[in-house]
Design a protein around this ligand. Structure first.
Ligand SMILES: Nc1ncnc2c1ncn2[C@@H]1O[C@H](COP(=O)(O)OP(=O)(O)OP(=O)(O)O)[C@@H](O)[C@H]1O
Length: 315
């Protein structure tokens, strides 16, 4: 079980106002050790602004960001030592090799050993390319060199703003695989922003969805998504022997939510939780109505996403 002290990053009611415009509105969420969390929202949702506040590049109007329990406002240097981040495109000397660029960074940053540099270069898959000049690198390789640099001081969290922007499909897949590997091998938390739900589904264990600067919801992905949903309302198709009789029974149930009805097939689609379903089935059988089958109507995460964001396209 994850403990409270696994929390690496904590945002508490973070707000950013520019003039009268509220760009980020009381945003709160947490990222724990070993998790890859997506900050997901359509263009202009406030992702970059949020990340810039987390890493202290811009101030917040109100709220708090804690990194390993240290406030980015009042204990900036203690907080920021735990962060590795790429917010803008990292700058490298194109005529120098990848290794010489990292050496340059090492000279400016205390406590980084050559053994650590070699280890991290291997994790991001650049060992072979280290003696080549950066100008010969693809965009994906430059991004990974940036990640290597951000990881050199062994941070607790890696924060990346749209890391797959501009990459081709092969580069996107590579980036995804390397980020998963980093989370696993380095045992750190990763926060990555994106406007692509499809991409987040393949990379993250959880997404925090924002729109117009506001928190919309948090969603577990993958198998965790299914576990979580058993406690939430989901669409179910129920086939009975007598549709009108079943309607009379169900109409009396509190909070019954119909989605669709089919007289020909004697099917009705409802939205309910597991607990409510148990009550409905109990009541139907008490009234001698036979339930022939119950089918889980799977909505794709994309459909759910569109519903949560009021139809705002993200994919
Ligand atoms: N300094 C500023 N002054 C005024 N408006 C700003 C400022 N910074 C950001 N904004 C506005 O706030 C909104 C959120 O911007 P932000 O760049 O954080 O969004 P985003 O989710 O990262 O979008 P994208 O996916 O397009 O990068 C945008 O409408 C932007 O124009």
């Amino acid at each position: 079980m994850l403990q409270q002290n696994d929390v690496v990053l904590q945002l508490d009611s973070v707000t950013k106002k520019v003039g009268k415009q509220i760009i980020v509105d009381q945003l709160s969420f947490e990222v724990r050790q070993g998790e890859i969390v997506g900050l997901l929202g359509p263009n202009g949702a406030g992702k970059t602004t949020t990340i810039r506040m987390i890493v202290g590049l811009i101030g917040m109007t109100s709220g708090e960001v804690l990194i390993k329990g240290h406030s980015i406002r009042s204990s900036f240097s203690q907080a920021i030592t735990h962060v590795g981040a790429i917010v803008e495109n990292p700058e490298f000397y194109a005529y120098m090799t990848g290794w010489d660029n990292l050496k340059q960074y090492q000279r400016m940053t205390a406590g980084i050993t050559e053994a650590r540099m070699k280890q991290i270069v291997e994790v991001v898959g650049l060992s072979e390319a280290m003696n080549k000049r950066v100008k010969s690198y693809s965009l994906g390789m430059r991004q990974r060199l940036g990640i290597a640099q951000a990881l050199m001081h062994s941070p607790s969290i890696l924060i990346l703003d749209e890391p797959t922007n501009g990459l081709d499909p092969a580069g996107i897949r590579e980036m995804r695989d390397y980020l998963k590997r980093i989370a696993q091998e380095e045992g750190i938390a990763i926060l990555v922003s994106s406007h692509l739900l499809s991409e987040m589904e393949l990379m993250c264990s959880r997404v925090v969805i924002i729109q117009q600067g506001k928190f919309i919801r948090e969603q577990l992905l993958g198998s965790a998504h299914i576990d979580q949903n058993s406690h939430e309302a989901q669409s179910l198709l129920i086939r009975v022997n007598e549709l009108q009789q079943a309607r009379l029974v169900l109409d009396k149930m509190e909070s019954i939510q119909y989605i669709a009805m089919n007289d020909l097939t004697n099917e009705l689609e409802i939205s309910c939780t597991d607990e409510a379903l148990a009550q409905y089935v109990h009541e139907l059988s008490k009234q001698k109505i036979a339930v022939y089958r119950i089918v889980d109507v799977k909505r794709s995460l994309e459909d759910e996403f569109l519903a949560w964001t009021g139809g705002n396209q993200i994919v």
